[in-house]
Ligand binder design. Sequence first.
Ligand code: FES
Ligand SMILES: [Fe+2]
Length: 423
Amino acid sequence: MLSQADNERITRVGRGTPMGEVMRRYWQPILMTSELAEADGAPIRVRILGENLIAFRDTNGKVGLVDAYCPHRRAPMFYGRNEECGLRCVYHGWKFDTDGNCVELPTEPESSKMKDHIKIAAYPTFEGGGLIWCYMGPKDKMPEPPDYEWMRAPETHCRMSKTYESCNWVQALEGGLDTAHSSFAHNNGDWADNELRQRDKSPKLEVEKTDYGYTYISFRGAGDDGTYIRVYQYMMPGQQARGNVTQASGRSNNPKMDGHIWVPIDDESCMVYNWACGIDENAPVSLEFFEKFEKQMGRGHDDHIPGTFKLKKNLENDYLIDRELQKNRTYYTGIVGINTQDFALQEGMGPICDRSEEHLGSTDKAIIAMRNLLLEATRDVEAGKMPRGADPKTHSHVRAFDSLVPHGQDWKQAMAEDLRAKW
Ligand code: FES
Ligand SMILES: [Fe+2]
């Protein structure tokens, strides 16, 4: 359990809150590049860490991320004209570049120097790995842009999607660092990939702290096949990566690693970026494969409310739970879609989970370790230090993997090479 005070400390993300300040010391994804592909195209609303912003791609292809409201009389910049290297407010024509400088102020006489003093709040952006990232913290503390291995894979090998989740980011992240639930919540009968996780439902866990977060290893007995070892990486503050290699080989799926990044929209909702990455040159992730994978996860094209990243099956309709399906045991939850099952459990906790009421067990080790790292990061940032994992040198070499290791073999030795980034 966590005290109410610590729970508040890790869940709240507004500017000036302890975790809000931590989150602002990392580069955070704001959009998929595909959402903002066109120079001088339509601006997009972005809400992140409780701030309302507008993203636009200027004439030269540079991405701007500015305050959603004009500094003149606070008109919405969303309706702005994106033209000739700047976003122009359509109320009185003031125009701003991607750095937030006012480049035209047509309501004042030409001789006026007012333009030189006017700025719109703007955050630096960076593009990589199919995502647009921003940095919202103090300029003098800005780390180098992120450099996760999957960001270096060719476009044919790494695919990306995103889904809106209606709850606090920490309980969503906890779901991603909880291997034990996959033997239950995701026991779907028809999901062959989960077979190894069905053989042993009380995995032994190890958590090894690293300078980017931790490596989290689950050990499941696999009978004569040895031990099924799944290595997750927790990369602070909100990313999980895991191997999907062994379970997939010999079946229909590609050997790959995949993961999620949970980005707080505000205290009570988050955006989940879902990536899947082939692990070597011979393992591209075709669009066709990725779409099938997304469908299985419950977030295919047809699963979304058109024009949004919200799922049709959601809290308001109880995720279309089918009690018959649940009763006849082919589906443990009665809910179809793997991430839909996750969302039902995570969103169903309420907007911000009350952790003072929990009773944690031995399979919650990784979750406890993650909370402790978040609390540590709040203290580090308060002490003026860079939080763990913000420097890309700490995470660029990291890869997640899973493997069946024969009895009597040292897993660390057996998997050492597989856990080093190859891209
Ligand atoms: S409110 Fe934007 S230019 Fe006047
Ligand atoms: Fe899950």
